[in-house]
Design a protein around this ligand. Structure first.
Ligand SMILES: [Zn+2]
Length: 120
């Protein structure tokens, strides 16, 4: 099944918008400013959608840093570490990671993963 975003990629005009001094798009014959040319808005939407957002998790303790696959995994590792070594200071942290189609990446700051189901 075709996804809506795939369809939009094909529908959107690859030619750039050309805004005149009124802010109207001459390239697509769009004669209002608000809302702006739908091609411009669609491209914005598509630009947002090509970045893949994910979360990274890791467990930090006196021993160093350990990777974790997901939140549950990170929490379990913390519990296990604290059970085995009560004073190891194990804690889980998470950060947002964005990866774009062209391979560029952005990572947010590490945040403590506190308590059950804590949300940033
Ligand atoms: Zn346009």
């Amino acid at each position: 099944m075709t996804q809506p975003l795939e369809l939009l990629r094909e529908l959107v005009d690859p030619d750039p918008c050309y805004f005149d001094h009124h802010g109207y798009c001459q390239a697509h014959g769009w004669m209002t400013v608000e809302p702006a040319c739908p091609h411009a808005r669609t491209k914005e939407l598509l630009a947002d959608s090509i970045s893949v957002e994910s979360r990274e998790y890791e467990v930090v303790g006196d021993w160093g840093v350990d990777g974790a696959d997901n939140e549950a995994h990170a929490r379990r590792k913390v519990s296990e570490a604290l059970a085995a070594y009560p004073h190891c200071g194990a804690r889980a942290q998470t950060r947002l990671a964005y990866v774009w189609d062209d391979g560029s990446e952005y990572y947010g700051p590490w945040e403590e993963l506190n308590g059950e189901g804590a949300q940033p």
